[in-house]
Design a protein around this ligand. Structure first.
Ligand code: PLP
Ligand code: COI
Length: 340
């Protein structure tokens, strides 16, 4: 039985589900892990996560497919990326195979919260790890907890496929040789002031620039960016200070191998924005959200695809990616993890 929820109208917000996965790291090793009905965490007042933000997370979704299965999209890549985040933050790595197994356990335990096929909603999974034991000097903690909770979600941006407005941010998100390439909580904490300001000014998101030269486009606070050129090439910023989005990597593959388009990962200059035909944000939460307007300090760039609907190429990318995720289109090998 699926829960009685108004699936077509849920936004991207937290709804408590029945079970979450918990595993503790003590004395140098992870325990077996367990499912729990308890959503509350009790922590030492000097826990590493509270004092020095030693925490990282992941995000992926489970979908109901056209033929009634419940699947997950490329969870092995989330496991790998979380391992990279942990290594950079001096946290213990949660074994990648156990990560995928725990994702499956959480989805299975919360099957009633996996939205029906065709509603546009999905079950968002949030794996995360934090330092649970006390520290006072600046150093890594000794004990950690790994958790995964699940929450049903709809579109990240209100209005779903309607193009959004973004601004070029005056704030930086990531430093060269910093932590922009991993999914550390600290990267999001420092973006909150910038997003509140952008919202107050009437923009949906920020485009961050590379902080070394402030001449290149990087990403937003929660998604990578793709552009489409006038001759239908799909271009995405290349940078080692942005998060390696699994959605973006998948879209570039889809562009080349399913749609026969040229796909290019390269540096994208602020100067070039006026020359693109289409632009969209891509990520697990954002899926592929079209951008219609970019505001750059008094200059307004209106993408030719406009503010009414997605550009043509963006739409094809969207249809193909979501078609693969929902079982309407044959996936590349290894992309779909069948859970039920
Ligand atoms: N960039 C940032 C900063 C993000 O938070 C996310 C979300 O996970 C992404 C990009 C997109 O990554 P993915 O496609 O793996 O969800
Ligand atoms: C995701 O897409 O999974 C993210 O973590 C981005 C966040 C803005 C919700």
């Amino acid at each position: 039985m699926v829960k009685d929820i108004d699936w077509a109208n849920i936004g991207f917000s937290y709804t408590k589900t029945d079970y979450r996965f918990i595993s503790d790291y003590k004395n140098g090793k992870w325990d077996e892990g367990r499912l729990s009905e308890d959503a509350v965490i009790r922590l030492d007042e000097s826990a590493g996560v509270l004092q020095y933000a030693q925490t990282c997370f992941e995000g992926l979704k489970a979908y109901r497919t056209v033929d009634g299965h419940v699947v997950c999209f490329r969870p092995d890549l989330n496991a790998k990326r979380m391992a990279d985040s942990c290594a950079r933050l001096e946290m213990p790595i949660f074994p990648e195979d156990k990560f995928v197994d725990a994702v499956k356990q959480v989805v299975k335990a919360n099957l009633e919260f996996v939205p029906p096929y065709g509603t546009g909603a999905s079950l968002y999974l949030r794996p995360y790890m934090f330092a649970s034991s006390n520290v006072i000097g600046v150093k890594p903690a000794q004990e950690y907890q790994f958790r995964i909770f699940a929450t049903p979600v709809g579109p990240y941006f209100k209005g779903g496929a309607k193009p959004i407005s973004v601004k070029i941010s005056d704030f930086d998100r990531a430093a060269p040789h910093g932590t922009g390439h991993i999914k550390a909580g600290l990267n999001y904490a420092m973006s909150l002031h910038a997003i509140v300001q952008a919202h107050n000014e009437g923009f949906n998101e920020n485009f961050y620039l590379d902080s070394a030269t402030r001449t290149k486009i990087e990403e937003t606070g929660g998604a990578n960016i793709i552009f489409v050129t006038k001759d239908n090439k799909v271009v995405t910023p290349k940078s080692n200070t942005i998060l390696p989005s699994i959605t973006r990597r998948s879209l570039m593959y889809v562009a080349e191998h399913y749609l026969g388009l040229k796909a290019e990962e390269r540096e994208v200059y602020l100067e070039e924005l006026k020359d693109f035909e289409e632009c969209a944000l891509c990520g697990t939460a954002a899926v592929l959200s079209p951008v219609g307007r970019i505001y750059d300090h008094g200059k307004e760039i209106l993408l030719p695809s406009g503010m009414e609907k997605m550009g043509e190429v963006t739409q094809k990318l969207y249809d193909t990616l979501t078609g693969i995720q929902m079982g309407r289109i044959e996936p590349p090998e290894g992309w779909i993890e069948v859970i039920e």
